[in-house]
Design a protein around this ligand. Structure first.
Ligand SMILES: Nc1ncnc2c1ncn2[C@@H]1O[C@H](COP(=O)(O)OP(=O)(O)OP(=O)(O)O)[C@@H](O)[C@H]1O
Length: 286
């Protein structure tokens, strides 16, 4: 488990993270969401030690990361896999060389053991046989998968992924989301994903924290999020027309007016206005 207490981070006189407390659930996909500039990346970078917070504590399995020496932090970092924006693959290295890199850095495995491990993770991300390709020869989705393979090659306890879907089409985004979820479940990793992609939120959001101007505004899961009464969160999530429709459908299902098979025939014209409140009415209830 990763536990964050009173985390603060400023740059100059600008406060970016303003006292965040949160527990990131073990063995689950924890999503950090929020609009651009809300502090998602800064928060995550504090968690992995790329930024030094001004105050607050970060506990990895109850051990205070913020109070650790550099060497102790290195030990924790060995247990963290990271995939930051743009995949960050070394363009002059083959897929295999990219993936073996953490093994070279952090282990004393033999060449044979390393090759076996690289093949194992490449197979896990459905890139069997892509060992000798260079990043320039890969599609965006394949590059992400290489990034994921590299992030899990050391069998991490924690996995941090920043905007896994940036630059990908919706279908490929879905595949990457599923891969992240499968890997999280299979290896019981505590995964932290930074995203503004609402499809990802709905698909893999076991636990979600919504950041607003550097503060935790809401937390919950993907079942709860579309029924939240938090106005700021609603403005953020229902910017997507699709989700507004999905919420209306769920409300109709819950009242039993339409079956789960989405048999719209059961919905009569008269039912619709009472079952689907217009957005203005919802706002008044806040
Ligand atoms: N190294 C830095 N020095 C100064 N300011 C920074 C630094 N890194 C981030 N910031 C500022 O912190 C604020 C939050 O940035 P951050 O990248 O965390 O936002 P975000 O929520 O991840 O946004 P996006 O979704 O656009 O990636 C921004 O105003 C940004 O300019």
């Amino acid at each position: 488990m990763i536990e964050v207490k009173g985390l603060r981070k400023s740059f100059g006189d600008k406060t970016i993270i303003n006292g965040v407390d949160v527990e990131l659930r073990p063995g689950m996909c924890n999503l950090i969401i929020g609009s651009s500039g809300s502090g998602k990346s800064v928060f995550t970078k504090c968690l992995v030690g790329l930024f030094q917070p001004d105050s607050g504590q970060i506990f990895y399995d109850r051990k205070d990361f913020t109070a650790m020496t550099t060497d102790q932090k290195k030990e924790v970092r060995k247990e963290i896999g990271m995939l930051f924006q743009g995949s960050a693959l070394f363009s002059s290295m083959t897929v295999e060389e990219n993936v073996v890199f953490p093994l070279d850095m952090f282990t004393k495995k033999s060449t044979k053991e390393k090759r076996e491990r690289v093949n194992e993770v490449l197979e896990r991300v459905n890139l069997k046989g892509a060992n000798k390709k260079f990043p320039a020869e890969l599609s965006g989705g394949m590059m992400k998968r290489v990034g994921i393979a590299r992030a899990i090659v050391l069998n991490p306890k924690y996995l941090f992924v920043d905007e896994p879907n940036s630059g990908l089409d919706p279908q490929t985004s879905g595949l990457i989301d599923h891969l992240i979820k499968e890997i999280t479940d299979e290896y019981k990793i505590t995964t932290v994903v930074v995203t503004h992609d609402m499809n990802s939120v709905m698909e893999i959001g076991d636990h979600i924290m919504y950041l607003y101007k550097g503060e935790k505004e809401w937390e919950g899961n993907n079942k709860e999020i579309i029924f939240s009464k938090n106005q700021r969160l609603n403005e953020f999530i229902f910017a997507s027309e699709f989700l507004r429709d999905a919420k209306d459908m769920r409300m109709l299902e819950e009242t039993g007016k339409i079956a789960n098979d989405r048999n719209m025939a059961e919905l009569t014209q008269d039912d619709a206005p009472t079952l689907v409140p217009p957005p203005e009415e919802e706002k008044k209830e806040e």
